[in-house]
Design a protein around this ligand. Structure first.
Ligand SMILES: [Zn+2]
Length: 303
């Protein structure tokens, strides 16, 4: 698998080699007069991304944009901001304060992953000065130069600090975790439903808004280009609703629910004839304990 895939004129998909592994996190680079990078990844493997940017001759970035501030997307944003001192950091207002002062984000992630997990999976976070932030809202246009721009959509549901980016020129929509995960060779969509912000109806309403924009292709963070957006968005909606229904019947023991959900999901793939290696890819890219935890938390807020 190539580290860099050209998607369109001046648009590249970069394998960030997160977890020192291939096809775990895709970043997207607009290499025009004003260079924009979408997604960063954690600091502990950031050297892979910066090596690739160096190999492409990228010595400056105008904007480093993150779809949301979960550590697998934005953990290394402070380090990358220091490396490219002219870059603005594009982030939702609800995420900006956490990038400016990462301690709270760090502490809550440490409760999930433990100290050792934080060090080995993610690495430290560096704060970003407030005056470096480009606050992203619905309709924000991130300039790419030569009259081109990225159009921002405010898309809460997976996280309240989630945005997606639409490139009117290529028709690409860069969707972070909002639609779910979809891996090359499998290409079906699996929801990502972590606490604390997951809101399935809100998420579904955003999936429909994304479909209304009629993108030509989707750029998944996990992982890569998908050329049938309408099918992927419809599948995402159906699956997240099926997951909520399944988890609703399992009770509040999220550990037991994680085991049951995993068995049910993977058995469903087998029943559809999905190959074992593709199933293994989806499995290793899913932190199962988080998935029912997000749904159970949301269900609790409804009662
Ligand atoms: Zn996420």
């Amino acid at each position: 698998m190539e580290r860099v895939t050209r998607l369109a004129d001046g648009l590249y998909q970069i394998d960030a080699l997160m977890f020192d592994d291939t096809e775990r996190l895709a970043c997207y680079l607009f290499d025009g007069p004003e260079r924009v990078l979408i997604e960063v990844g954690p600091s502990v493997t950031l050297h892979h991304l910066t090596d690739t940017l160096d190999s492409l001759g990228i010595d400056d970035l105008s904007t480093i944009a993150v779809t949301h501030i979960h550590l697998d997307h934005a953990g290394g944003a402070g380090h990358l901001a220091a490396r490219y001192p002219n870059a603005r950091i594009g982030v939702h207002a609800a995420g900006a304060r956490h990038l400016a002062n990462p301690q709270r984000l760090w502490d809550s992630a440490t409760r999930i992953y433990g100290e050792e997990g934080m060090a080995t999976m993610w690495g430290p976070m560096e704060p970003i000065a407030d005056d470096r932030m480009l606050i992203l809202e619905e309709g924000t246009r991130i300039p790419l130069g030569a009259g081109r721009f990225l159009d921002v959509m405010d898309t809460p549901g997976h996280a309240k600090h989630h945005v997606v980016f639409l490139d009117p020129e290529s028709g690409g929509m860069f969707i972070g975790d909002s639609v779910g995960i979809a891996f090359p060779h499998g290409h079906f969509v699996q929801p990502v439903t972590p606490p604390p912000d997951l809101d399935p109806p809100l998420l579904v309403s955003q999936l429909r808004r994304m479909a209304d924009r009629d993108p030509a292709f989707l750029g998944f963070a996990h992982f890569g280009r998908h050329d049938d957006p309408q099918a992927a968005l419809a599948e995402a909606e159906a699956r997240v609703e099926a997951w909520v229904d399944f988890v609703r019947d399992l009770g509040d023991d999220t550990e037991a629910a994680a085991v049951r959900l995993r068995e049910w999901v993977l058995e469903g793939y087998r029943a559809q004839g999905v190959s074992e290696d593709v199933i293994a890819t989806y499995d290793k890219n899913t932190f199962w304990p988080m998935m029912p935890a997000g749904i159970v938390r949301w269900l609790g807020l409804q009662s």
